[in-house]
Design a protein around this ligand. Sequence first.
Ligand SMILES: [Zn+2]
Length: 540
Amino acid sequence: MIAKRCTHCNVPLLSLLWLWFQCWHPLLQNRRAHLLPFYAKALIADCKTQEKDPTFWNTWAQKTLKNALTLQTLNTNKAKNVILFLGDGMGVPTVTATRILKGQLSGHYGEETQLEMDKFPFVSLAKTYNTDAQVPDSAGTATAYLCGVKANEGTLGVSAAAVRSQCNTTKGNEVTSILKWAKDAGKSVGIVTTTRVNHATPSAAYAHCVDRDWYSDNEMPAEALMHGCKDIARQLFENIPNIDVIMGGGRKFMYPQNTSDVEYPTQPKMSGTRKDGRNLVQEWIDKMKDKKGNYVWNKQQLLSLNPNNVDYLLGLFEPSELAYELERNNDSDPSLTEMVDVAIKVLKKNQNGFYLLVEGGRIDHGHHEGKAKLALYDAVEMDRAIGRADLLTSIHETLTVVTADHSHVFTFGGYTLRGNSIFGLAPKVSDADQKPFTAISYGNGPGYKIVNGGRENISTVNYESSHYQAQAAVPLLSETHGGDDVAVFAKGPMAHLLHGIHEQNYIPHVMAYAACIGQNQNHCMSSESALLSQSRCRQE
Ligand SMILES: [Zn+2]
């Protein structure tokens, strides 16, 4: 026990046990607040000593090598279940910064920490451009990684032949998603997001819409409505019958105009938006009357459900987007992890398996605001949800993929020292303007600021606060997406097919192939008939 070390941080297990007792044991509840930094420092000092010994690095590398060698036996099982975790805007620099933050939140340096996604054995890169844009948006990319076809910026579930905002280019150009392929194959399907459920990412799973902003008929031009185009909220309930689990925000787009919101009855901005007078939530409840369907709108209702008694679940927890994880009301709003937990428990009851799309959707929003802290805490939360999904599934029958739709112009650098707070300063002032600077900065965005003719001196600014906007090179009201490739992490059946650098629309093709759904199923027939004849031989 004494000699054993944590595989995660290489600290002796006994030290960890001691740390747990000192910091978290209820007996010492009142003392832990001031003790925690002390023990965290002790832990870090221990790690530092370890790293000076070449044995530490050699042992670590040899163990990693041993694990890598086991990957030579490929997992070619049929994937019963398929899960896609999509970190909106979670480019590679965001993944690295998230890793450091997650480690620092548990008292480590951070750099050496392993995210849940870091543990996936296969990683590749995806090229994210849209058919008409070098730097993409979330709608065109969602069409790629959900429908398997690259598309134009701003369009959902339609091919590149459709033109953004032109209703009459929709018909005939629809492309279907892996969520539909899974449903058609008898699997249960689910969508869980921290944005509105009719936002770009989830929408491409069920809608065919030439404009990502047509959330309800209120946001649509009269001409589009006249030509028969449908708003996205309506398509959520009408296109694919009975999506088994739908969770996220976006309540207001489901209710008739001026219907006050259940959670914010005095705030007109939160009221229903629909001009057609339909109450899509009530329609859903009525449709599910004889099925085991539950509508919930707060955390308490969600967590009081017994997933064994729920076949269909609609959870709409905010009128629009859910709160950032850092600002979430833990009493009334579920975390992404809590939503994923319930979703998988409901979906996995289906003997045929399930397809689940999970979006950490507000990583993107934090970056657009230039507020890295909001973005990174949301990314940490998505990583936690990935860990929860791991506990509820098995790599023998579940293919899990983690990726992003696109990157951001977010970066961190400045020769910061090991263990430097990810939101902290570079060790030296700029040799050009003699002012301090944070490791994190943006290529563009709202953090651009000139004070007295020069770059703002941030020594008196609280750059570790949640709403601090990191400095940007170019002033923009909203920071932009980046055009760099994004990582694709994969584990489970056929995960090895996600290798190298590929177009983003390759992802659902692999996922469908692994699950024997969609357009490429010949290998399933042959392996299934081989299995069948094998079992017949055995019987004979
Ligand atoms: Zn964005």
